[in-house]
Ligand binder design. Structure first.
Ligand code: DX5
Ligand code: ZN
Length: 218
């Protein structure tokens, strides 16, 4: 399966949001990655439902929503209505993760689970055949523009083994500090989707940056 690029809108220019969405639409990117933060699960607040609604109105590609919020079950249906195709919750934010995964699927979305840098892959052993995506955080969630944590490669390999051993169809997404410097090594370790925020939006020509990254990992 071809490898995917998901620009993170967190790094877009919010005063020119439609322009940046149209850029992603016109680019070789595959998904929109949307970071929702509540100031409780993570020490930052990004944006919420009205902004996602505005993004959905213009986005022509898959909307991949990454919830960095406590008790995400409260909003599963809302995110489905707002256009999310994939809804990712944090392992660390869910007391009854299996129930949450089922609720996401019942709402018609693909279910993802994100792991903080300190959370071992092994905690997903008993749900790996239920999830569609695992997002390995390669930075501590909450902010764009942080440095990539090198231990991520090991976790990606471990997750890849778990997926193969379990005969799961789950995809591996990497989120945080992704650049042209670590992209190939991540793909070699087993990653399927690379989220890139600052690397794309802070570059001089984001559309070319996306194209180069996509071709680099093809
Ligand atoms: C971090 C977010 C990431 C972030 C990535 O909490 O989940 O999606 O936007 O940004 P960069 O690519 O700048 O590290
Ligand atoms: Zn994210």
């Amino acid at each position: 399966m071809s490898k995917l690029i998901a620009p993170s809108i967190l790094a877009a220019d919010f005063a020119n949001l439609q322009r940046d969405i149209e850029m992603v639409n016109a680019s070789e990117a595959d998904w929109f990655h949307i970071d929702i933060m509540d100031g409780v699960f993570v020490p930052n607040i990004s944006f919420g439902m009205p902004v996602l609604k505005a993004i959905s109105k213009h986005a022509t590609k898959t909307i991949d929503v990454h919830l960095m919020i406590v008790d995400p079950d409260r909003y599963i249906k809302t995110f489905a209505e707002l256009g999310a195709s994939i809804l990712t919750v944090h392992y660390e934010a869910c007391t009854h993760l299996h129930r949450t995964i089922q609720a996401i699927k019942d709402a018609g979305m693909k279910a993802g689970v994100a792991l903080n840098p300190h959370t071992p892959v092994a905690v997903l052993e008993d749900v790996i055949t239920d999830v569609d995506l695992v997002c390995i955080m390669s930075v501590n969630p909450g902010f764009g523009g942080q440095s990539f944590i090198e231990n991520t490669y090991k976790k990606v390999s471990q997750l890849k083994h778990l997926i193969e051993f379990s005969e799961s169809n789950c995809q591996i997404e990497i989120d945080g500090g992704v650049t042209d410097k670590n992209a190939n090594k991540l793909i070699e370790a087993g990653a399927d989707i690379l989220v890139a925020g600052s690397y794309v939006f802070k570059s001089d020509h984001p559309i070319d940056t996306i194209s180069n990254l996509k071709n680099q990992i093809a």
